[in-house]
Design a protein around this ligand. Structure first.
Ligand SMILES: Cc1cc2nc3c(=O)[nH]c(=O)nc-3n(C[C@H](O)[C@H](O)[C@H](O)COP(=O)(O)O)c2cc1C
Length: 342
């Protein structure tokens, strides 16, 4: 697809005709048709989160609604394959539904997508697999995904167990990958987008910075809490069950952190009454953020005001152009031949 007005020419913007090489990653309970279509219209690539629609009929209807709202621009579906979110048998059914609905790209996460790659390729669907660390990206490349997103320790949601930072991921990805890769985790300014592109990325994946968009289907109180929060207001918990998650600090995270401290072998059953998804969902509906595991990353320090999604994207674009202008390219000296890496 030819980009209407691309600001940067990358493998991502070329593949989907994007104005900015930005993916708005799946957001449980929040990435619905309105939000994802707003992303499409703003010239970035959004993903409806399949796990938010337990009944496949509802997911099908949401895809149709998004198509109506997206003004012919591409969008995708996020399929988080964590067993507790989408049991194995349902993953297959969901991919079949997505193929039938004519969706051309999926963002997969949570598990190796290898078993489903033949059916997705057969359907002509681009697979953008999201991983929390470069070593998994290398593996995803080996099994044949089309693109990978690597999200660092700063990210909202699941940063994995390695907790490598985004800046290091950026450099390692450039050295170790040959397929197009996206960088995420803490990205919230256009300058960071330029930094990722300068390190060889085809784009970035963003979650947290976009949570204060008007089109995010959540209560005003929730968005105001995010605006008021800063980069120090998130915590990592759930490492004891090997499912580390970065969320907004609140009463629930205090309790969960204490329980894990007191009994490192506590197990998911004992934590479930606190971390169940329905509690977080209630916070989105009521605006009371004191309870629930509310995924959010360190980019909370960059969410200064709520705004229409198109306004946030325009700001990212302005910042990216300003960052480029700051670089004022000068020829690099050619006489520095000292080699440290054989
Ligand atoms: C509220 C929230 C919900 C999320 N839900 C999902 C999800 O259901 N599936 C998924 O693959 N990633 C999910 N993520 C991760 C994002 O798609 C994205 O990878 C991440 O937010 C990028 O890091 P950032 O938050 O620092 O921008 C979620 C993130 C947030 C903040």
């Amino acid at each position: 697809m030819t980009p209407a007005d691309p600001v940067f020419d990358t493998a991502l913007s070329r593949a989907f005709g994007l104005r900015l090489p930005v993916v708005a990653g799946g957001l449980m309970w929040l990435a619905d048709a309105e939000y994802v279509a707003a992303c499409a219209r703003a010239g970035i690539l959004g993903f409806i989160t399949a796990a938010s629609f337990p009944d496949p009929k509802d997911l099908k209807a949401e895809i149709a609604r998004c198509r109506d709202l997206a003004e012919g621009r591409p969008f995708g579906v996020n399929v988080s394959m964590l067993p507790k979110l989408v049991p194995g048998e349902r993953t297959e059914e969901i991919f079949a539904l997505i193929a039938e609905a004519g969706v051309s790209v999926v963002e997969t996460s949570g598990r190796n997508p290898e078993p489903w790659l033949p059916m997705l390729k057969e359907a002509g669907i681009t697979v953008l697999h999201k991983v929390p660390s470069v070593r998994y990206a290398v593996k995803a490349q080996a099994v044949g995904v089309d693109m990978v997103s690597i999200v660092g320790a700063e990210c909202g949601g699941h940063p994995g167990m390695d907790l490598v930072g985004t800046f290091v991921n950026m450099a390692l990805a450039e050295q170790r990958l040959s397929i197009p890769f996206l960088i995420g985790g803490g990205v919230g300014t256009g300058g960071q987008i330029v930094a990722a592109l300068a390190n060889g990325a085809a784009g970035v994946v963003i979650g947290t910075r976009l949570l204060v968009a008007d089109e995010i289907p959540a209560h005003e109180g929730y968005k105001q809490a995010l605006v008021a929060a800063n980069e120090r207001d998130t915590v990592l918990t759930m490492a004891s069950v090997r499912n580390t998650i970065r969320t907004l600090r609140n009463e629930t995270t205090e309790v969960v952190a204490r329980l894990e401290r007191e009994d490192p072998e506590i197990g998911i059953e004992a934590l479930m009454p606190h971390v169940a998804g329905r509690i977080g969902r209630r916070a989105y509906e009521t605006g009371d953020v004191s309870h629930g595991m509310l995924s959010a990353g360190q980019a909370l320090g960059l969410t200064r005001a709520r705004a229409p999604l198109a306004g946030i994207v325009a700001q990212l674009e302005r910042e990216a152009c300003a960052a480029l202008a700051r670089l004022r390219p000068t020829p690099c000296p050619s006489d520095r031949t000292y080699e440290v890496d054989a």
